[in-house]
Design a protein around this ligand. Sequence first.
Ligand SMILES: [Zn+2]
Length: 154
Amino acid sequence: MGAKQRERIVRYRQLSFIRQGGRCYYCNRRMWERSAEHRLDAMRRLGLTRTELKFRLCTAEHLQRKADQGTNARKNIVAACFDCNQSRGETCPTVHKANRYLPEPVQDDPEIKQIFTRLKNMGPRTAPAIELYAKAKFLRTAQLARELGMEVAL
Ligand SMILES: [Zn+2]
């Protein structure tokens, strides 16, 4: 693979990282992006030890595996933690996600917290609730991108 291809994959990995709110496509845990933050900052932000951090490194994951003729096209690349990337093997992405997915509590941002408190008192499938949820999701992503000094390309 040439340098140009590698650069493109890194760019797609970064875009996926931002679009996924810094979370792994499979397990939903928070990852760190080595092009945007220092290892020590990531340890602090995620509250992880040096060893744990290694498993939460953001990697470019090919949904259709390279071994199965998957390409480096944008739509074939998502951001996955090193742990999920390594453990996938020949498993199909949907099954791997179902096996790995972990719901995680919301970050402590006061504005996001407030939204979720309001959401608790609303019918879950009402239009205002769906709109509020989308706002919380956007805020969380924008907050993370800001923390990392990355441009938001949603
Ligand atoms: Zn993962």
